[in-house]
Design a binder for this molecule. Structure first.
Ligand SMILES: NC(=O)c1ccc[n+]([C@@H]2O[C@H](COP(=O)([O-])OP(=O)(O)OC[C@H]3O[C@@H](n4cnc5c(N)ncnc54)[C@H](OP(=O)(O)O)[C@@H]3O)[C@@H](O)[C@H]2O)c1
Length: 430
């Protein structure tokens, strides 16, 4: 009889219980793929008395998750606690130090400490696996690291935050404002009581930083990611985007340019016909572009107990089979030192929406500023007419440099005919 893979599981929340449930319900298919049974034998959480809707009978219980990480009977440690530091980091470091492979769903930990943890794993010759950390059930880590390994990746982009995608979808479908939809999402449990991690783009930035490291074989660099969330997107902008043939999505984009790697998270206008524009609700999607494969898109559920457990268990099966892949796809000696490109150097087209006084000469004042910055216009849209009053005007630019656009914005905002802070949304081809 082949010895089972014995798993120590730290954290019994959504993800931890999901993993226990999957391993119990799908024990046969998991054992067949792993070549042996995969069994959780030890667990840790804060509150031993909490009813988690699943039996923990026969499992070794640890109040101290770090002690669990060095359980002599455990072959592998799953970290499902969360947080960039604190107990999650301590558990992962202790397990790696003990020479045990680790599976984690923790994007914050990897985005902040991924470089050091990867070195530690490499020194000990063990796996640090994290399929669940990005886009939940979508196997994007494997796709980039293994499936597309023969390509030069030129771009990775995606919808990485289901909460933001849900809010933007409902705003579009029902013509409602951000604040109302957020409050409703919080009532439905789709958004946290403190939503800033999601709606300010931080969660998406963590995931993008991880994907950029994998795609471009370079150390994870969260502090280089430009981040802008969705709070300022209005129902008006979503409707105007529709009139122009676009949808507004919060995208994370990592792109190789001649100057280096650009990494950014911000609301984007994407053409309605682009496949990613039609990924709605809580769904996530990732688009990767490689020099030989062309464009690949993966779509699915980015969160939830089931999809996340699916990803964690895939990593456990790899470990059971003895498959060992470097954390970032290449060994730390082979990581590239490609520089990061600052946002000011970004080149793209822009949607600029202004609330202006409807009177002759207004547009001429605005376009004069754009002309001075060398920015040319592709189109202009004015909705309705009410002489002497405020009307929205949209200007769509040709490709220009972000620095020029920022300089123009400062001058446009100061014009007497411009009544509100201008709204700027970057246009992305797909
Ligand atoms: N939820 C998702 O859909 C999802 C998707 C992808 C990735 N993730 C990631 O997965 C991780 C876990 O998320 P989650 O949603 O499962 O979180 P959760 O429901 O809040 O569960 C966290 C668990 O950690 C336990 N815990 C907290 N501090 C601990 C400590 N010091 N020692 C031992 N256990 C401790 C908690 O114990 P008690 O239950 O006793 O309080 C709880 O069981 C996070 O990194 C998250 O970003 C989650």
């Amino acid at each position: 009889m082949i010895r089972p893979l014995s798993v120590a599981l730290a954290g019994l929340g959504n993800v931890g219980v999901g993993v226990l449930t999957l391993l119990a319900q799908n024990a046969d298919v998991v054992a067949a793929h792993a070549g042996r049974p995969v069994l959780v034998t030890a667990v840790s959480a804060r509150d031993r008395s909490r009813d988690r809707g699943i039996s923990l009978a026969g499992l070794r219980w640890y109040d101290d998750a770090v002690a669990l990480a060095t359980d002599p009977g455990a072959d592998v440690v799953v970290e499902a606690i969360g947080g960039a530091d604190g107990p999650a980091r301590a558990v992962v470091e202790a397990a790696l130090a003990a020479g045990k492979p680790v599976v984690t769903a923790n994007k914050a930990l990897l985005a902040v400490h991924g470089a050091a943890l990867a070195r530690q794993a490499e020194q000990r010759g063990v796996t640090l696996a994290f399929e669940a950390a990005v886009a939940g059930g979508i196997p994007v880590i494997k796709a980039l690291r293994e499936g597309l390994a023969g390509n030069h990746i030129t771009r990775v982009a995606g919808i990485f935050n289901g909460t933001c995608n849900y809010i933007l979808t409902v705003m579009r479908e029902r013509g409602r404002e951000f604040g109302e939809v957020l409050a409703e999402a919080q009532q439905l449990g789709y958004a946290e009581a403190d939503p800033s991690f999601d709606v300010d783009g931080i969660d998406a930035a963590h995931k993008l930083a991880i994907l950029a490291a994998l795609a471009f074989g370079r150390p994870v660099a969260l502090d280089q990611v430009f981040v802008e969330g969705i709070r300022q997107v209005s129902a008006l902008d979503i409707a105007l985007a529709g009139d122009l043939g676009y949808r507004i999505k919060l995208l994370g984009i990592a792109r190789a340019t001649e100057a280096g790697i650009e990494t950014r998270v911000h609301p984007c206008m994407v053409p309605q016909a682009a496949p990613i524009a039609r990924v709605d609700g809580v769904f996530n999607a990732v688009v990767a572009e490689g020099d030989f494969v062309g464009q690949v898109m993966l779509e699915g559920r980015g969160a939830g107990a089931g999809p996340t457990a699916s990803a964690v268990v895939a990593d456990l099966i790899d470990i059971a089979r003895g498959r060992l892949t470097p954390v970032w796809g290449v060994g730390s000696r082979d990581l590239s030192s490609l520089p990061s490109v600052p946002m000011e150097a970004h080149i793209g087209a822009y949607y600029l929406r202004l609330m202006v006084v409807d009177r002759p000469g207004t547009i001429a004042d605005v376009t004069a500023v754009l002309r001075d910055q060398g920015i040319s216009l592709e189109s202009m849209l004015q909705r309705g007419r009410s002489p002497g009053e405020a009307v929205p005007v949209v200007l769509v630019t040709h490709e220009t440099r972000e620095a020029a656009m920022n300089a123009a914005l400062v001058r446009i905002a100061a014009l007497a005919v411009v009544l509100e802070k201008p709204m700027l949304i970057r246009i992305e081809s797909a």
